[in-house]
Design a binder for this molecule. Sequence first.
Ligand code: FES
Length: 386
Amino acid sequence: MESITAASRPLLPAYYTDPAVLAAEQRRVFARTWQLAGHVSDLPEPGSRIVARAGDQEVLVVRDEDGELHAHRNVCRHRGARLVAAPEQHAAIRCPYHGWTYRLDGRLIGAPEGRRFAAPLDKPNLGLLPARVEVWHGLVFVNLDTRAAPLADQLYGLDRLVGRYLGDRLVPVGRSRMHDIADPAGTGVVGTEANWKVAVDNYLEGYHVPVAHPGLMRLLDYQNYTAEPSEGYAYFEAPLRETRSANRLERLYQRLVSPMPGLLPEDRDVWRYVAIYPNTMIDLSADCVGVWSMVPDGVGRTLLPGAIYRHRDAGLRTRLAQAVGQRVNRLVTDEDDDIVSRVQAGLRTPGFTPGPLSEREAAIGWFADRIRTDLGIDAPAEDGGR
Ligand code: FES
């Protein structure tokens, strides 16, 4: 397990409660980092498109006629209308306001009544504003920073640990999708009443499992829960207990669970987790893969768009295990929802400063250091910023 160093310290409350910090995070974190947009199965055909979020900004992801993906800012170059509000598929991108039309690669094709403009439209300079898109083992990521370092650099070493769980052979299970974030109220994206970093912090440590998650405690070998923060991500392993749970549903899961095609026999006995800086989470078990992200919705609220996938050739037993596992997980999610909202409420207490981190909270120190570094002079004043 990663050990806590003297330099590891949690973030001060202002990071979680001050709207000015959230505004700085938009510029210094969300405008520069890779954000999970979905899975390649969300963009099955030429012309398919989805909308992703990078903090409070939208990114349109489109598959072109040759199968290549493109990312554009989701705004028309005429008067700024939002171009796409839900997944759809068309041969071009047509603005719903006055009908300016763009190729899938973002170039402006034309505008209705083009001769009524004072000068011919400068089409080469009126294409959609670009963003970056990359695919990592079937997962689609976007970045507002067109000069950002490749995602593969940030995830160096992670392929070896979890690449076998992922890829384009995954198929979605259930109705939830990452791109539901484009219409969170309409699509029922889950939210939680806490700053996005409170939610990330909670994901990054297993210290709370014995007290807050009695069901998980019956399934996981807590003593051997490990956390390994790297530069660009943190990786966790939670071995499953060999002893049978006293809970009927959990016992059923233990009996049914078996590795999906492509996994190793030993993958049956461990749950793995990955937190990709800043806000992408991947849950990997023998029976399914869950992906989700923590998207700020104001300083004290977070949206949690996500989706579950399984290998398309997974057998009936694996699918049953997955259904049972999801019921177990739902309880854990409710427990986490309660915890993070309690933390957010407590962080508003005047005079409160956080206590020391346990070794089991090493990844929180890693995340806090990354946030401090990224915010730089825009960190809260009491932490050395403006
Ligand atoms: Fe898009 Fe006018 S705002 S065509």
